[in-house]
Design a protein around this ligand. Sequence first.
Ligand SMILES: Cc1cc2nc3c(=O)[nH]c(=O)nc-3n(C[C@H](O)[C@H](O)[C@H](O)COP(=O)(O)OP(=O)(O)OC[C@H]3O[C@@H](n4cnc5c(N)ncnc54)[C@H](O)[C@@H]3O)c2cc1C
Length: 597
Amino acid sequence: MNQLPSHLTGGHFLLGETDPNLVFTPEDLSTEEQQITETAERFMDREVFPRLDALEHQEPGLAVKLFKQTGELGLFALEVPEEYGGLGLGKIVATGVAAQLSRLSGFGVTCGAHSGIGTMPTSYFGTELQKQKYLPKLATGELMAAYCLSETGSGSDALGMKTKATLSPDGTHYVLNGTKMWITNAGWADLFTVFAKVDGENVTAFLVERNFPGVSFGKEEHKLGIKTSSTRRVVLDIVCVPVENVLGGVGNGAYIAFNILNFGRFSLGAGAVGGAADMIRTATKYALERQQFGKPLASFGLIQQKLGEMSARTFAAESAIYRTAAMIDAVMANGEQLDLTDPPFPRGMEEFAIECSIIKVSCSEALYSVADEALQIHGGYGFTEEFTPARATRDARINRIFEGTNEINRLFIPGTLLRRVQRGRFAFPAAAEASAKVSVRIANETNPLQAVANLLREAKQLALLMTAAAASKFGKSVSDQQEILAAISDIIIEIYMVESALLRTLKAIGRGHTAGVMTDLTMSLMNGSVARIAQRATTVAVAMASGEEKDSYLKLVRSMLPWNPVNEVEINRRIAMRLCELGSFSLLAGSESPVVR
Ligand SMILES: Cc1cc2nc3c(=O)[nH]c(=O)nc-3n(C[C@H](O)[C@H](O)[C@H](O)COP(=O)(O)OP(=O)(O)OC[C@H]3O[C@@H](n4cnc5c(N)ncnc54)[C@H](O)[C@@H]3O)c2cc1C
């Protein structure tokens, strides 16, 4: 096992500047990696979208048939190890595929729940026998998987579950009783990872087969969106589960549940990028075709502003996803194991928990906003089911709720940072007295990308200072200061997303590209971002202190965030015009940086 470089440590991005050459970008995708994504893209265009109506109305058997076809193409085998019939590839490849499959969000949810939170528990926590029995069939899609954590009374408070598991007197099996709520794929799945409490307290994961006696299902939930997917209750009534089907050891269920969710959150973000890119293409096409006042909509400044901002948010999301995917892959490849479950699980699953939550929150909110703006660009037609933004907007909404609500993820980000500080895994920097001096240089910086880099460096200091100040002021009860934690979280999220866009742009420039569009996308982001960072930092300062202390915090906020605003009107117009020339987000972002690997 090799010593990993520091940039491969979770949360490290807050501690300093990252070398753009260490960051993976979509422009680094190999031809083979692109081809796998293109397979998924063709499949969606040829097989899935032509059946959209029937899928949305849950035509019996159709979703499962398309699911099986997806499996035949090898798209569920990507992350399954080769020795169990998989391809042994990593997150980089899985990202492009998730983005494509999630262009129809409900179908993406079906596939993502199977290959992610459904298959991964067995893949990472299974015994040799469990892996041999289930993984080859999960990799081909012969079996469909589901993940059963939530219950009627416990969603965010997942460990408050009531489902019980009792060891039989002869020690051969556990008897499970309880009801799991909101289970994706429940209508069709064959294998369920069910979390239950042994002896009323030891949360434990079990592999439960659909045909085990005592397993039954509620009716399909009548949902706002992702209608293509199946969501039902899973009822466990005296279900006998052999002890061989305990996953990861008795009492280790929380590690499994939460570490699997890290990857679930990452995949959700990858899917959101695909959905957002699709909405940008749809909105651009409509804006070019639809005429009002004798001109196409795309010629109006307010439509251009929307297209520019939609593109900038999606650019950041895509940049952050690939950056994180490569870091996860690198740590997974290193092979380090955490000895918390039986068998142990890879450190790579939990190392980037903070980044995965950032991605979950930011990408889900970006997708919702992009879909909503695409609907707005369609005017009254957007409010009808005749055009796709209505469905996309309904579909996008769930992403802020499942895989841990965005509120819970916002609390998790600084909470995890503080836990890591306590355990000596993360060091707060010394007080940033030097910051005021640096600020003068920042304000005078004429290179726009350098100005972004400088501002991010200061914003990181500010985020860490505020986290440390909150921890010292409130001590153990800091977790009760939710509004403060969420505001700090928002600052951290802004930093990671803008920095990901910046590093991608700098890497392209380093390769000799002018990267004009990428620079515009980054500057469009930064302008909005700096205002949000200042607002959130002010919220923290005012909530945390009063009198002179408050004044000095506010002074610090102002001194650490000087920014010469750029002309975002001009920038968004330029982005929109280029987008209209090229017709799609992927062409826009990739237009200046051809593949080099
Ligand atoms: C379509 C769909 C598919 C799903 N698929 C699955 C699946 O496959 N497997 C599975 O196990 N689960 C699944 N879920 C469940 C999902 O993960 C939960 O709905 C989610 O975790 C929220 O739990 P809840 O609905 O009980 O809301 P609650 O936990 O009751 O939360 C309600 C509101 O209160 C907020 N809140 C809760 N606690 C706090 C707190 N401490 N501080 C501040 N705010 C708080 C929440 O953010 C939210 O806004 C699915 C849900 C849906 C709708």
